[in-house]
Design a protein around this ligand. Structure first.
Ligand SMILES: Cc1ncc(C[n+]2csc(CCOP(=O)(O)OP(=O)(O)O)c2C)c(N)n1
Ligand code: SF4
Length: 288
């Protein structure tokens, strides 16, 4: 096992009292459609955070806009539900300034790979030490079913009759090419397996992409068949980017597990001289 793996028992911020999944819930009922995969993702996230052992006030969930991006409001962690496509701009900045916090970005394939695609590439390139959970349903759910960068080109819909005709990209391949340290895939219908991947991604140093197959039962009801299509990945994670890319590209998109673990050094925290933040605040104060 790599010496970069962090052992659970060795986690210095392990919480003294026993945490439960309820400690991570805000108590608000999600407005998601009944059967939406995102319910499974939040269940997995709560279980994963219990296992990780850091209390809610040490965890920050950052999102953009979309059905999936509503997730932070349903937890008791600190949250930032920001602007469409800008979750990673906020999350990476926060992590670099506050490395003591557990920063996790969450959102959809539209948010992260369309309007937020540039930030995705550069968060991987900088290899910021954080987890990015993308609830991929291959559609824009919130805005009523437009195709996204992971939608099949021939997916026929009222909004894109005959399909958008544009080839999807493979986010796992892109993350490896751009410099992420950890690349994995989970399934919303397997909250226990997903919780394990969440803990793994949080603890692995550097940028961790966790693609979660999370069905949109309203605009892509055929995705309910995913539960019969997913399976555990046949081989353990690769550490060589070429071999990992070959595995990702030869896969049909339904293998679950960790595909890639690299040990490139994560981006170092930003050192700010004492007083600098206050000076910047004064410059931007309204009426100054
Ligand atoms: C700047 C901007 N452009 C467009 C929108 C409209 N918009 C809101 S959510 C969304 C797409 C959401 O899709 P995805 O991220 O895949 O999340 P899902 O709803 O499927 O979970 C779009 C285009 C917006 N809110 N802001
Ligand atoms: S529209 Fe789709 S993604 Fe949005 S809540 Fe409903 S099922 Fe989930």
């Amino acid at each position: 096992m790599s010496d970069m793996t962090i052992d659970a028992a060795a986690n210095p911020s392990q919480h003294a009292t026993k945490l439960t999944a309820k400690d991570f819930s805000s108590g608000a009922h999600p407005v998601w459609c009944p059967g939406c995969g995102d319910f499974g993702v939040i269940a997995a996230l709560e279980r994963g955070l219990v296992k990780h052992g850091r209390p809610p006030h040490e965890v920050v969930l950052v999102s953009g806009i979309g059905c999936s991006s509503r997730l932070p409001a349903y937890t008791s962690c600190y949250g930032f539900h920001g602007v469409h496509g800008r979750a990673l701009a906020v999350a990476t900045g926060l992590k670099l300034m506050r490395p003591d916090l557990e920063v996790i970005a969450v959102g959809g394939d539209g948010d992260g790979y369309s309007i937020g695609g540039n930030h995705f590439i550069h968060a991987c390139r900088r290899n910021v030490d954080m987890l990015y959970v993308v609830m991929d349903n291959r559609v824009y759910g919130m805005t009523k079913g437009q195709p996204s960068p992971t939608t099949e080109p021939d997916w026929d819909s009222r909004i894109a009759p005959g399909g958008a005709g544009v080839r999807p990209f493979n986010p796992l391949q892109l993350a490896i090419a751009a410099g992420a340290n950890f690349v994995a895939r989970g399934f919303a219908g397997d909250p226990d397996g997903l919780a394990e991947l969440i803990v793994d991604g949080i603890r692995w140093p550097g940028f961790a992409l966790l693609e979660v197959l999370s069905p949109c039962v309203t605009y892509r009801p055929e995705q309910t068949a995913w539960k019969k299509m997913v399976r555990a990945a046949a081989a353990p994670a690769e550490s060589d980017p070429l071999r990992a890319t070959a595995r990702v590209l030869s896969d049909d998109g339904f293998s679950l597990g960790v595909f890639y673990r690299a040990e490139s050094p994560p981006a170092p925290p930003v050192e700010i001289a004492a007083g600098t933040v206050g000076e910047v605040e004064r410059q931007f104060a309204l009426g100054a």
